[in-house]
Write a new protein. Structure first.
Lengths: 321, 206
């Protein structure tokens, strides 16, 4: 298995084989089902990126259709949001379905009432989760598209790079995903932000790999790809080195995954590896998308020596100039 | 020694220290640091001092091979007249099976591939700070500041951010040194201050 496309296919095969385990219906009680919405929502989010790539667009239709049926064509989601209108995170699932072309009229009407901009309960959310919320609301046409960092975000303030923590790194990466629309709009980040990432993200990734947290390493690789960093090729190469022959990616060492306790299918390996595998898949497909559309409006960060590395023969192209 | 006003005064002071340093590792290390500082100030090492440096290093090698190897890296970064490749090879060999040396050499050696790359050096400092390897960070910061002084980066965003990073890093290490009561770290931070002062063209407060 040599090419990025082959590796991507391998990861997708793993996801396909484990598709039933992504179901939230494996939870026996409504509470358990709520907990299991996390892998379900994350799988859907990955699908929204996979359909942007010509090589995976059609093959993923089966998975999307399965997810839509699992949600009882949106009816189950509507019931959840009626019972728990405080769970604004559920908008991520509705937003993903909308982007994938699945709509439920009653659900859409309820969402319009629930997410009236004047009554949006977003004030207490961390910056990255606010970004996620508005990203998905925009997919539902419930707010205009946004392309700016929250003023409280790490990247907006850019503190000393050595005081960052694992938790903040996760937040930072997700903020980048939503602001750049998973790499579609790399120029949404200002030059000084991109420069900050260009300088320090390789260090954070290095520390993360030494600690064996390949889940976070995958998130950082995806971030580098979304922003078109010079280091992205090298990071992807490193990420590929930890892909299992079965297509999955390993996660954090000694994971304390608690999700399996909510599922009737207590597959510890699945719940430990599904997230890094989804992240690895996103990184691989984003690489393919970037290669197809090198986004000429993104200028290289001035003052850096070009260090773009070929990945399995495919050179990451930063601009056409 | 640091206040030596001429190469001759420096030589005298240096000889005194070398003579006193027999069997005293700390004095030997101090002498080497003084030479580093001298190099930073004058960029070029007088030939006879370079010879003395080798003697001093050999002397120190017997007491502490790790420090000797590390100073080889520093020397390499500063572009001294010593055979850099030989020193680098020596350092690499000695770094084997020595986690302490490996970690510090890795940081200092970060820059080996491209000695002009302030970017890589800044990343190495950041990594050392994240690892709480403060002495290493201070040593590398001295090299970075010296590099910025001799070959200033162009007025790009990268240059601005690296320059800010160096200043913030030094302030941070200042604080750590003050809290840690670590004389070695304090010394390394002082060296960095000396370079920064020179880079900014102001009197050092050493």
């Amino acid at each position: 298995v040599n090419s990025v496309q082959d590796r991507l296919n391998l990861a997708l095969e793993w996801i396909g084989r484990h598709q039933p385990l992504f179901s939230y219906r494996l939870g026996q009680s409504p509470r358990d089902q709520l907990m299991l919405l996390k892998p379900f929502a994350e799988l859907l989010l990955v699908q929204t990126v996979l359909v942007r790539n010509q090589g995976t667009r059609l093959s993923q239709r089966t998975c999307c259709e399965w997810a839509w049926q699992e949600s009882d064509r949106g009816e189950h989601l509507l019931a959840l949001l009626q019972a728990r209108p405080d769970l604004i995170e559920l908008v991520t699932i509705a937003g993903s379905f909308s982007q994938l072309g699945y709509h439920n009229d009653a659900l859409d009407r309820w969402l319009r009432i629930l997410f009236d901009p004047r009554a949006l309960p977003d004030g207490e959310l961390p910056a990255w989760r606010r970004a996620a919320l508005f990203y998905h609301l925009a997919q539902l046409d419930l707010c205009p598209p946004f392309r700016a960092l929250d003023k409280d975000a790490w990247l907006a303030r850019r503190p000393d790079p050595w005081i960052i923590s694992e938790e903040r790194l996760y937040a930072l990466t997700h903020h980048v995903f939503y602001v750049t629309d998973f790499g579609v709009q790399p120029a949404a980040l200002d030059d000084d932000v991109r420069c900050y990432l260009e300088l320090w993200l390789p260090v954070w990734a290095d520390r993360t790999s030494i600690e064996g947290n390949w889940d976070l390493f995958g998130e950082l690789t995806l971030t580098a790809l979304c922003v078109r960093l010079e280091s992205s090729g090298q990071l992807l190469q490193q990420l590929l080195s930890v892909q299992d022959p079965d297509g999955s990616f390993v996660g954090v060492p000694n994971p304390i995954s608690t999700l399996q306790q909510f599922s009737i299918h207590r597959d510890e390996a699945f719940y430990a590896n599904y997230h890094p595998t989804l992240v690895g898949t996103l990184a691989l497909v984003t690489h393919q998308i970037v290669c197809d559309d090198p986004s000429p409006d993104v200028r290289p960060v001035k003052g850096l020596v070009s260090a773009a590395l070929p990945v399995d023969g495919i050179r990451l192209t930063r601009d056409r100039s | 020694l640091l206040s030596a006003s001429s190469p001759e005064a420096f030589r005298h002071g240096f000889y005194d220290i070398v003579q006193d340093s027999h069997g005293n590792e700390d004095l030997g290390a101090f002498a080497l640091d003084a030479i580093t500082w001298w190099q930073i100030r004058h960029l070029e090492l007088p030939p006879d001092i370079a010879v003395m440096l080798i003697s001093c290093r050999n002397l120190q090698s017997q007491a502490d091979k790790r420090n000797s190897a590390l100073d080889g890296f520093t020397e390499l970064m500063l572009g001294s007249s010593i055979d850099c490749e030989t020193r680098a090879e020596e350092c690499t060999v000695r770094a084997d099976n020595d986690w302490y040396l490996s970690s510090r050499a890795a940081v200092l050696g970060y820059n080996l591939a491209d000695p002009s790359s302030e970017l890589e050096l800044a990343r190495a400092i950041c990594s050392a700070l994240m690892e709480c390897e403060f002495v290493t960070a201070a040593q590398a910061l001295t090299v970075l500041l010296n590099s910025l002084r001799s070959t200033p980066l162009e007025g790009s965003e990268v240059a601005r951010q690296i320059s800010d990073f160096a200043a913030r890093g030094l302030a941070y290490l200042d604080g750590i040194a003050g809290l840690a009561s670590d004389s070695w770290l304090a010394w390394e931070v002082l060296l960095a201050h000396a370079v920064l002062s020179e880079r900014l063209g102001i009197e050092t407060h050493l």
